[in-house]
Design a protein around this ligand. Structure first.
Ligand code: 26V
Length: 798
């Protein structure tokens, strides 16, 4: 069907006819998309079956990656690429008069995630399959992914996302593999033959129906599985309000929760978490039983990884199965559970560390609560033996304290591995956040610096750069991305640098065209494309970027001999719907854009663009076009960042703080090839500890800062009243918790270095080349190989 373009064309037309009863002339682009998707799915299916059969017969150890989010984006072109048939299909379609990009645009992003954490899970699946590793995802098939963002009058407005509206060609519903999940009710204890049996009665039951999506490896026949659970009503028990029961059940997989740390304690979210865990564990345990007849060797054949604490109930749930269903002793069950489970921490922001109040948890999950209590009691006893009398320490480390369950503590205590997602983040976990746990269990802590799949974020999204790399250093880097380093001799190769410059320019023109179509605004593709795309959070400091733009604007207006290389500042960011401050910053960016873009005096030097509804598919057009990558979080706050890696791999230079993976980018490229600035993580944490920061001093002593702060509240932005007063207050009344003003001068100075470096194009292109050459380290293939050998102990097949 895909052996050559002629065979493909015939098969395509035939399939179109079969599926839609339409001739080519009468068919739409949507028909073409579904026809092609259908063909690809069929093409995948035999490898999928073979991969599963192979895993069954060889009984190799499997890893299951449990994640409440998977931000897959579009799959068509990625699958074509991994199957090695993209070019055949593209040419074949072209000869039929169809542009593959038009077809691609039909597909809705699978946006079942908020940002970094969910996208990381998607990159990991791609790497697992491409490395022939037996690894599968378990998640939730949300009917609505992360909300769609519209900007209306400068404000963010949210709309429900509808990715399933036209169906999903990549999924297969498996009703025969459905399982039941129980909530509420009571636990009855009966004694039987000297053993206590726990029975869960009067509970509400819902059915978890799996939808499987194939995960196709690159240039291999491995096809792993992402299993997404959908909540459906179980056979209706008599005498209930059927409509109400159906509504309540389906609500469990209706929406992805937007990452909103101000919005915790939502019972439905806890239901989602247990729903994922309970269904996935039944699935894992029943296939293990089928193969081995018992669960005593579960930890030898299965690794279960929990992506952040959201699936941490896997620990008490596995204990429940081993105790109540298998009749194991506590000690046997505990050994198997801790050896099976491993945990990644993705944040140290205290407001994002999950805690559940007992009053919500216990009635919803009575048996699980009993087990968590028992885990806590045994752990506290251990603490007491080790630190007799040290009540303070015990209170701080307890899993349950002050009527709250601390999920991260449960994860560390109930697993054999806790990892951070970049070196500096792991150091903070070990020596600050979880220092007491590190002292007690040093061997459990390890670091796994995040990565991104170079297949989507370079080969797929930037074919122009990919071709240049292929022509320059061959193709070994595709299977072994560390080999991008072979580009290093070309940092002084004039012909190469010129081509690199052309590639970047082409990609900037593509993005400029897209922006023109969407916003009507013309941007200059010879200007510096300076990009900050990520969720909107105070700690990510989009505000620092905004204040710098205002500062440049002021200077351009006030100083007749001040000049800069023209710059286009591009933002993309969603704010959580209930995050008041973040939404103000979005409005501020849009007000600034309005002002700056329409000022005749400055518009040739400064443009500000807010790209609406930032998501994976847009990101694929943004990273290749960037010159400057903004990674300016308050040091210590950004666990890793992964956008920083995507920019680097596409030749953008980083302006960044010494935070997250920026630290490792700097180690790799050297200080001459990155623009770092600002407070270090230690300085930030010491300032918090000592209270030695007063933002007012910066206001008084730096006239630039004073002017900028005042411009937030005087009529610099006309007709907005006191709209930005909360931002002003965050800086000056609430003492600028994220050190925006303290880092301002250093940031301005770093940006001046950027301007100077860009003007020297040969120098800039050389720096850009070093960044591309060193980016292989950030392939998620490297990350996944480390997880596989250090944590999961799984091996590549064939
Ligand atoms: C928190 C909550 C709170 C309740 C509502 C839903 C929700 C969803 C997500 C989260 C926390 C997410 C933590 C997170 O995304 N961390 C990011 O992980 C990236 C991958 O490791 C890393 O690159 C980023 O630096 C880190 O912020």
């Amino acid at each position: 069907m895909f052996s050559n373009k002629e065979v493909f064309k015939i098969a395509f037309l035939k399939r179109l006819e079969m599926l839609y009863g339409k001739s080519f002339e009468d068919s739409s682009t949507r028909d073409h998309y579904y026809t092609l998707g259908n063909m690809v799915r069929e093409y995948i299916s035999s490898s999928w079956i073979k991969t599963n059969e192979m895993y069954r017969t060889t009984q190799t150890k499997q890893v299951y990656y449990l994640s409440i989010e998977f931000m897959l984006g579009r799959l068509l072109v990625n699958n074509l690429l991994n199957l090695g048939i993209r070019d055949t299909v593209e040419v074949g379609l072209k000869e039929l008069g169809i542009n593959i990009h038009d077809i691609e645009e039909i597909e809705a992003d699978a946006g079942l995630g908020n940002g970094g954490l969910g996208r990381l899970a998607a990159c990991f699946l791609d790497s697992l399959a491409s490395l022939n590793l037996p690894g599968h995802g378990f998640g939730i098939r949300y009917k609505h992914g992360l909300f769609d963002q519209k900007i209306i009058d400068g404000f963010q407005v949210e709309y429900p996302e509808q990715w399933l509206r036209h169906g999903n060609v990549w999924e297969v519903r498996k009703p025969d593999a459905a399982v039941e999940v129980r909530f509420g009710g009571k636990v009855e204890v009966v004694e039987k033959e000297g053993r206590f049996i726990f029975r869960h009665v009067d509970c509400q039951t819902i059915t978890a129906v799996p939808y499987d999506m194939p995960v196709v490896g690159y240039d291999t026949s491995t096809v792993n599985t992402l299993r997404l659970w959908s909540a459906e009503p179980s056979p209706y028990p008599p005498g209930i309000d059927v409509l109400e029961y159906k509504r309540q059940t389906e609500a469990v997989s209706e929406f992805l929760y937007p990452d909103d740390t101000n919005d915790d304690g939502k019972i439905l979210r806890l239901k989602q978490q247990y729903f994922l865990v309970c269904a996935s564990l039944q699935n894992i345990v029943s296939s293990h039983r089928k193969q081995h007849g018992h669960l005593r060797n579960l930890h030898e054949k299965v690794a279960i990884h929990i992506n952040d604490t959201h699936p941490v109930l896997a620990i008490p749930e596995l204990m429940r199965i081993l105790l109540d269903e298998e009749g194991m002793t506590w000690d046997e069950a505990w050994k198997i559970t801790t050896q099976t489970i491993s945990y990644t921490n993705h944040t140290t922001l205290s407001e994002a560390l999950e805690k559940w109040p007992i009053y919500l948890f216990k009635p919803l999950l009575p048996r699980i609560y009993m087990i968590v209590e028992e885990i806590n009691e045994r752990f506290c006893k251990l603490l007491w033996e080790r630190y007799p009398g040290d009540w303070d320490r015990i209170e701080h480390m307890a899993i349950i304290a002050h009527d709250m369950i601390k999920m991260a503590h449960l994860a560390i205590v109930g697993s054999h591995s806790t990892n951070g997602v970049a070196k500096i983040h792991t150091e903070i976990l070990k020596h600050r956040e979880f220092v007491n746990f590190y002292t007690m269990f040093p061997e459990r802590f390890n670091s796994k610096t995040n990565g991104i799949t170079h297949r989507r974020w370079l080969i797929k999204s930037n074919p122009e750069l990919t071709n240049l790399l292929l022509n320059t250093i061959g193709d070994k880097w595709i299977k072994d991305p560390a080999k991008l380093d072979e580009l290093m001799p070309h940092t002084t190769d004039g012909a190469f640098l010129e081509q690199l410059s052309n590639v970047k320019h082409t990609r900037k023109q593509i993005l400029a065209k897209h922006i023109k179509n969407k916003t009507g605004i013309d941007i200059d593709s010879n200007s510096i494309f300076d990009v900050q795309v990520k969720r909107l959070h105070a700690y990510k400091r989009q505000l620092l970027n905004v204040l710098h733009i205002m500062y440049l604007y002021n200077r351009l207006k006030e100083e007749s001999n001040f000049t800069i290389h023209p710059r286009t500042f591009i933002f993309g960011a969603k704010a959580s719907p209930g995050y008041y401050y973040a939404k103000k910053v979005i409005k501020l960016i849009n007000e600034l854009a309005d002002k700056v873009n329409n000022d005749k005096q400055t518009k040739d030097y400064l443009k500000v663009i807010f790209i609406e509804n930032y998501r994976v598919s847009l990101a694929e057009d943004i990273f290749p076009a960037a010159d400057v990558s903004e990674q300016i979080s308050t040091a210590s706050k950004e666990a890793s960042g992964t956008g920083n890696m995507k920019f680097m791999m596409n030749g953008a230079l980083t302006v960044g703080t010494m935070d997250g993976a920026n630290v490792e980018i700097k180690e790799l490229v050297g200080e001459d090839n990155i623009f770092t600035f600002g407070l270090s993580a230690d300085e930030v944490m010491n300032l918090y500890a000592t209270g030695g920061y007063s933002s007012m001093e910066y206001y008084h002593h730096d006239v630039r800062i004073r002017q900028l702060c005042e411009q937030l509240v005087n009529n610099f932005f006309p007709d907005i009243g006191n709209l930005f007063e909360p931002i002003y207050d965050s800086l000056l009344v609430q003492n600028d918790h994220y050190f925006v003003l303290k880092d301002f001068a250093a940031y301005v100075e770093a940006q001046e270095r950027v301007n100077a470096a860009y003007i020297n194009q040969p120098q800039w292109l050389k720096m850009s080349t070093v960044n591309i050459a060193k980016s292989g380290f950030f392939s998620s293939d490297r990350t996944i190989n480390e997880y596989a050998s250090d944590i999961w102990k799984i091996h590549g097949q064939k």
